[in-house]
Design a protein around this ligand. Sequence first.
Ligand SMILES: [Cu+2]
Length: 174
Amino acid sequence: MNPILRNTLLAASLLNTLPLYADNAAPTPLQITEVWTRPTGPGVGTGAGFLRIRNPGSHDERLLGAVSERAATVELHQLIEHDGVVGMRPLADGLVIPAGGEVRLAPSGTHLMLIDLRAPLLPGERVPLRLRFERAGELPVALHVEAAAPEAPRKPAAVVAGAGAANGHEHGHH
Ligand SMILES: [Cu+2]
């Protein structure tokens, strides 16, 4: 075989075998399920978003917050009890989803607080929300507006690939 052609073919086959990511910086797919919120009445300014996040990867992930076009701001809140009174406060450092583990945002605990709703959340609606993660970047989800928590699906209802893999965003270099 012509040596130039042979080298070209060799180079091409090497390129084909290169891994998509040369290091371990690629975001791990997160499994985000049971994404819901409750309906709100007219004149109610806030809503709370709930979801379950599983991190099958080998790196801890951190939920930093979220944004939604339906609310002026979205904060990550935790419930705290002080002198028998239950209140809530922002989670300043976000919420860690350990490698191989999962976290659940639920009415009894940590939740996403939708502040200054632009319109009531109506039953049956899907409220778009973009979750912000430390490694995976922004991931879009939709809050299903339901009166009660959805039952846990047997399989993840949505498997969201890392945004970095989908659109080439660079994250995690702080
Ligand atoms: Cu809250």
